[in-house]
Structures are given as structure tokens and as C-alpha cells.
Design a binder for this molecule. Structure first.
Ligand code: GLU
Length: 298
């Protein structure tokens, strides 16, 4: 299988300029390194009817092309189930019955980093497990043997972050993102992951899981986010931030593409023009403030 990059949107609504900028970057990284570029719809959670079609339409409108068909995570359940089964057979999982509130209120283990699962269900005996099963369904957690893991990122360099006993399958049966992303990237031959740098903190968990599954860890590039004038990650509430809103305000898709390219120090026009001069070493390293959110008087 030849190497590939990808874009993996969650179809929760229309893409905004921050998502579109990340998609352009993922495309540039993949194409500039001779990789295929794949499109994966991460619809396990938060999917809204019609959003996938809108997202694919908008990606095409700014010139992001992909190879082959679209892969949807909801069509890949057996692959995730089989992976959890393998991990369980290797003694690398356990059932967790904690509610969100119980986790928040549990005293954290000594030296455990903030936000890490406190390990409440890690060592339940069989009688306790069977009793708890009568109360609520279990989530499945990874039995991690490390507290942190180090990854290499093309933009952030060496990055070490928390690995806790993270959830692999939620107690409603839905496969967790951290499992699905690792399984899918490997199954699709993806060896380059370019995505927003809000996901950098999850990356050590994913790379550690890949190592347990004997899956090669992809090359990572976590790219700066787009923020509003308050420095907060751009969101729909920030006004006209989707292609349809911007079109209504008089900016067509080509113009939005050019504004995004300009923010990256790249020439305007169809993406192959930018590709010809794309150099990751020269990318801006800071978040980009979307000019449309500069409020009157600001
Ligand atoms: N589906 C995730 C999102 O839209 C991206 C996951 C990834 O690129 O690994 O935020």
C-alpha cells in the first residue's frame, strides 16, 4: 500500500474556515511528499444528517481533492470490535462503570496528571464486576502500562504527553475516537497525520495504542488553529465563518481559499500553485486570527 495523508472531518455541521485551512494544509503536506490523500468521515459521534455532503461539497469548492471513495467510520464497526477483542485477549483492557461525575469527584491517584482517569475500576474483582454490570453497562478502558509517551511532530518537535487508561469503547457501545483513529489510519495505510494542534495532547495516547497493536506510528504535523479576535478557537458563533455564510457576504469559495493561502504565506489561486512553493519549514507557527471576527471598536 502506498503512503497516504488524510483529512478526517466529523460531520457535525458545516466546515468553517479553521477546518478548511487544516484541510488545505493536510492536502499540501500529502501532495508535496508524493502521498495519496484520503478522506475519512468520522461519523461515530455527533453526526448531523446532511453535514457530510455539505462538507465534501465545500472541500471540493476550495480545491481539496482526494483519492478513492470516502471512508465512513460507521461502516467499520467490525474492525474496531476485533481490535478491542485482541487487546482484551492480551489483558490490555478492563471494564469501567464510572460515571463522568464519579470520575470528576474521585481523588486523583498520587502524581497522576490532571484529567487522567483515576483508576477506580482498574482492579475490581470478578464479584464487583458482576455486581456493577447489573447497575449499568461498562465502558472498556485500556490498561496502560505507562504514564506518558513521546511522539515526534514535524512542527512541534519532540512532544511528551499523558497516557492514562483512556476509553476504547464507551458504555453506549460507541467506539471511542482514540481507538478508531489509530485503527483506521493503519488500515488505510495512512502514514502522515496533519490536523489541528488542539489534538496534539491526544497524540501520545494514540501513538502508545499503535505501539501495543504493533502498528507503525504515522508522521505527525499538528498545525496552528484559527482563532477569533479574543484568541479563542473559531466556532460557528463567530459570525460568517462557513463558505455558505461567506458567499452570502460576497466572498466566493475561491476568494476564501485565497485568504486562507495568504494567511499561510502562500500564493493565491488554485491549490497546485501553492503546492509548487509549499515549504513546511516556512509555515506560520502561531494561531491565525480570522479577520472576519474583528469586531467594531476592537
Ligand atoms: N474528526 C476529528 C475532528 O474533526 C479529527 C481527527 C483527526 O484528524 O485525527 O476534529
Amino acid at each position: 500500500m502506498t503512503s497516504a495523508g488524510r483529512f478526517a472531518p466529523s460531520p457535525s455541521g458545516e466546515l468553517h474556515v479553521g477546518n478548511l485551512r487544516t484541510a488545505i494544509l493536510a492536502w499540501l503536506f500529502a501532495r508535496s511528499t508524493g502521498r495519496r490523500f484520503l478522506m475519512r468521515v468520522e461519523d461515530l459521534d455527533r453526526a448531523r444528517a446532511g453535514a457530510e455532503a455539505e462538507q465534501l461539497r465545500d472541500l471540493a469548492a476550495i480545491g481539496v481533492t482526494w483519492d478513492g471513495g470516502v471512508v465512513r467510520q460507521t461502516e467499520r464497526g467490525p474492525l474496531y470490535t476485533e481490535t478491542v477483542r485482541r487487546l482484551a485477549a492480551a489483558g490490555l483492557t478492563y471494564e469501567c462503570f464510572c460515571t463522568r461525575r464519579e470520575i470528576q469527584e474521585a481523588p486523583s491517584a498520587p502524581h497522576a496528571p490532571q484529567g487522567a482517569y483515576p483508576g477506580t475500576c482498574r482492579n475490581l474483582d470478578q464479584a464487583e464486576i458482576e455486581f456493577k454490570r447489573t447497575i449499568r453497562p461498562a465502558a472498556v478502558r485500556l490498561r496502560a502500562a505507562v504514564a506518558d509517551w513521546t511522539v515526534h511532530d514535524l512542527l512541534h518537535g519532540t512532544y511528551t504527553g499523558v497516557v492514562d487508561d483512556f476509553v476504547l469503547r464507551r458504555n453506549d457501545g460507541v467506539t471511542a475516537y482514540n481507538l478508531a483513529v489509530v485503527v483506521d489510519d493503519a488500515a488505510q495505510g495512512i502514514d502522515q497525520v496533519v490536523r489541528g494542534d488542539d489534538l496534539l495532547a491526544s497524540t501520545p495516547r494514540q501513538a502508545y495504542l499503535a505501539s501495543l497493536l504493533h502498528i507503525p506510528v504515522p508522521e505527525y504535523a499538528h498545525v496552528p488553529l484559527v482563532v477569533n479576535s479574543d484568541g479563542v478557537r473559531l466556532a460557528k458563533r463567530d459570525g460568517a465563518v462557513t463558505l455558505s455564510d461567506l458567499a452570502a457576504a460576497g466572498l466566493d469559495a475561491g476568494r476564501v481559499r485565497d485568504i486562507i493561502l495568504d494567511s499561510l504565506g502562500l500564493p493565491a489561486g488554485p491549490l497546485p500553485t501553492a503546492l509548487a512553493v509549499f515549504d513546511p519549514a516556512r509555515l506560520p507557527r502561531d494561531a491565525w486570527v480570522w479577520p472576519g471576527t474583528v469586531r467594531a471598536g476592537a
